[in-house]
Design a protein around this ligand. Structure first.
Ligand SMILES: O=P(O)(O)OC[C@H]1O[C@](O)(CO)[C@@H](O)[C@@H]1O
Length: 546
C-alpha cells in the first residue's frame, strides 16, 4: 500500500478517534434524511447502511481511501480478464459465466464466451433429459433423486441455492454429500433407490480427497446393487480436469467442463450449477444468472458513492479495520437462506482470510473478519443475547424479503418482518439505565429492587447493522444478492491489498492429513509426530481395542 493510501487510512482513523462512539440515536434524531442519505437502491433491492456508525465525513473519507487503493482500475482489470490472481497466474472471470447479454470477453487472447454458451447448452440438454425422464438409469427407470458429491465451492453454492429456490423446484429431489465422514453418504444413500439415483461428481480439480472417497463409495454402491456395467448410466461429472474424470471412468458425454479462471467459491454459475438446473430448470437457472449479470453491470458502471457492492465493502472495511470489530453476523430473515451464512463463510473467509499483501509483505491492517450466522428469528433465541449485551460489538447484516412465497401465511411474514425491524432498532437504540429503571418502577417493582435489576436490563445500543431488502426471494433476486456479496469481498480485498482468489491457507492441513492417514490406519508409527498427535493416536488405538 502506497503513501496516498496510508494517508487516507490515517485520516479515517483520526476521524473515528474524534467521533467514537457515535451516538446513533442522536444522529437519527437530528437528521430526518439519514435513511435517504445512507441507503442505496437498485430496482427492488435496497441496501440500508443508515444504522452503520458512519457519518457523511466517514463516507467521504472511505471513498477517498478507495480511490487511493485504485479500486476502479482494479475492478476493470478483473472484468477485462487480467491475471489478477497473481499467485496462481490466472484471470478471474466468473462474471463471464453470466455475461450472456454482452459480447466477447477475452482471456489470454481468446474469447471465452463461445465455450461458456456451449457448456450451458450441454447442461440444458442434460438437465432437461433428466427432468423429463428421457435420460434414465441402467434399468430404464427415470431418476427421482440426484446426489451431488462435492465439497467447498463444489457444494456450498448449489446447496444454498437449491434450498433458497425450493419454491421453484419441479425436478427430481436433490441431495448433497460433502463430508468425508462416512455418516454423510451412508445417511444419504439409506433413503435412496439405486435404480432411480443419479450421482454428479463435482470437483474442479478432481483430486479432492473427500469428494473422490465419496465418489468411489457411490460407485461401489451402484455396482453392488445394479452390477458394474450399470455405473456409467448413474454418473455425471463437473470438472476442469477432464483427463482425471476419464480415469475415474465417467463417459465424456456426461462430463461438463469449466475453466481455471473460475475460482471454486465463485463457481455456482458454471457447470457446478448443474444440480441447481436439474432442480429448477434451465429458464430459472438463467434468471439466476441474469440477476448476477445485473449486479455486475451495476458494479461496473455506477459511481462509487451510488454503487451497492462498493458501499457494502466500504462499510465492511469501516467496521473491520477502522472500528476493529472482529466479526460480522449474517442473519437472513428468510428461512430458505439458511445456508447463506455457510456459503458466505467460504466466499468471504477463504477469499479474505489472508495475512500477506500482493507483494508478499505482511498486511498493514486486519483483514477479513469472522463471518457467521443463522436465520432469524431462530438466532434471536440462541445468540442474540451476545449481540445485544455482550462485550464485543458484532455488526449484523440482515436480509429481508418484502413478501414471502406463501400467500396464505402472510401473517407469518408480517411477524417475521416485525422481528427483523425490531432487532435492528434494538441494536441501534438500546435501553439506558434510567429507561430500564423507569420501566421496572412502572411495573410496580419496589425502588430498591428496580435499582438492583436495572443494570442487567441495560442495552448499550449503538450496535451497527445493515439491512438488505428485496421484494421476494426469486432466482433473479438471489443471483443479484450473491453477486453483491462476491463484489463486496473483492472491494474489501483491494483495500486490504491482498489476493482474494487463492487459498493457500487450506493446503497445509491437506498435506498433513495425507501424512497422518497411514498413522491412523496403524500402518505407520506416530513416533515422529508431536506429543499431542502421538497421545491422541495412542488413545484412539486403545479405544478401538488395538
Ligand atoms: O472443487 P474441488 O477441486 O474439489 O475443490 C473443493 C474446494 O476445495 C478448496 O480448494 C479448498 O478448500 C476450495 O477452494 C474448493 O472450493
Amino acid at each position: 500500500m502506497d503513501t496516498a493510501f496510508k494517508t487516507a487510512l490515517a485520516a479515517l482513523r483520526e476521524h473515528r478517534a474524534k467521533t467514537a462512539p457515535m451516538d446513533m440515536r442522536a444522529a437519527f434524531a437530528s437528521d430526518p434524511g439519514r435513511f435517504a442519505r445512507f441507503s442505496l437502491s437498485l430496482d427492488d433491492l435496497t441496501l440500508d447502511f443508515s444504522r452503520a456508525a458512519v457519518d457523511q465525513k466517514a463516507v467521504d473519507l472511505l471513498l477517498k481511501l478507495s480511490e487511493a487503493a485504485g479500486l476502479e482500475a482494479a475492478r476493470d482489470k478483473m472484468f477485462s480478464g487480467s491475471h489478477i490472481n497473481t499467485t496462481e497466474d490466472r484471470a478471474v472471470l466468473h462474471t463471464a459465466l453470466r455475461a450472456l447479454s454482452g459480447g466477447s470477453i477475452e482471456n489470454d487472447g481468446y474469447d471465452v464466451m463461445p465455450g461458456v454458451r456451449e457448456v450451458l447448452e450441454a447442461m440444458d440438454a442434460f438437465a432437461d433429459g433428466v427432468r423429463r425422464g428421457t435420460i434414465r438409469g441402467a434399468t430404464g427407470k427415470a431418476f427421482t433423486d440426484v446426489v451431488n458429491i462435492g465439497i467447498g465451492g463444489s457444494d456450498l453454492g448449489p446447496v444454498m441455492v437449491t434450498r433458497a429456490l425450493s419454491p421453484y423446484r419441479d425436478g427430481p429431489r436433490l441431495h448433497y454429500v460433502s463430508n468425508v465422514d462416512g455418516a454423510h453418504i451412508a445417511d444419504t444413500l439409506a433413503g435412496l433407490d439405486p435404480e432411480t439415483t443419479l450421482f454428479i461428481i463435482a470437483s474442479k480439480t478432481f483430486t479432492t480427497i473427500e469428494t473422490m472417497t465419496n465418489a468411489r463409495t457411490a460407485q461401489k454402491w451402484i455396482a453392488a446393487k445394479l452390477g458394474q456395467s450399470a455405473t456409467g448410466d448413474h454418473f455425471a461429472a463437473v470438472s476442469t480436469a477432464l483427463d482425471k474424470v476419464a480415469e475415474f471412468g465417467i463417459d465424456e458425454k456426461r462430463v461438463f467442463g469449466f475453466w481455471d479462471w473460475v475460482g471454486g467459491r465463485y463457481s455456482l454459475w458454471s457447470a457446478i450449477g448443474l444440480p441447481i438446473m436439474i432442480a429448477i430448470g434451465a429458464d430459472d437457472f438463467r434468471r439466476l444468472l441474469a440477476g448476477a449479470e445485473a449486479m455486475d453491470r451495476h458494479f461496473k458502471s455506477a459511481p462509487l458513492r451510488e454503487n451497492l457492492p462498493v458501499m457494502l465493502g466500504l462499510i465492511g472495511y469501516w467496521h473491520r479495520v477502522v472500528c476493529d470489530y472482529p466479526a460480522r453476523a449474517i442473519i437472513p430473515y428468510d428461512q430458505r437462506l439458511e445456508r447463506l451464512p455457510a456459503y458466505l463463510q467460504q466466499l468471504d473467509m477463504e477469499s479474505n482470510g489472508k495475512g500477506a499483501q500482493l507483494d508478499g509483505s505482511p498486511a498493514i491492517t486486519p483483514t477479513g473478519p469472522l463471518v457467521w450466522g443463522e436465520p432469524g428469528t431462530n438466532g434471536q433465541h440462541a445468540f442474540f443475547q451476545l449481540l445485544h449485551q455482550g462485550t464485543d460489538i458484532i455488526p449484523v447484516e440482515f436480509m429481508l424479503a418484502a413478501e414471502g412465497h406463501e400467500p396464505g401465511l402472510g401473517h407469518h411474514h408480517d411477524l417475521l418482518v416485525a422481528n427483523c425491524l425490531a432487532q435492528a432498532e434494538a441494536l441501534m437504540k438500546g435501553r439506558t439505565l434510567a429507561e430500564a429503571e423507569a420501566q421496572l418502577l412502572e411495573k410496580g417493582v419496589p425502588e430498591a429492587e428496580a435499582k438492583r435489576l436495572a443494570p442487567h436490563r441495560v442495552f448499550t445500543g449503538n450496535r451497527p447493522s445493515l439491512t438488505i431488502l428485496y421484494r421476494r426471494l426469486d432466482p433473479f433476486a438471489l443471483g443479484r444478492l450473491i453477486a453483491l456479496y462476491e463484489h463486496r469481498v473483492f472491494v474489501e480485498a483491494q483495500l486490504f491489498g491482498i489476493n482474494a482468489f487463492d487459498q493457500w491457507g487450506v493446503e497445509l492441513g491437506k498435506e498433513l492429513a495425507t501424512e497422518l492417514l497411514p498413522v491412523v490406519e496403524g500402518k505407520a508409527s506416530a513416533d515422529s509426530r508431536d506429543a499431542a498427535t502421538g497421545g491422541i493416536v495412542k488413545r484412539i488405538m486403545e479405544l478401538r481395542g488395538r
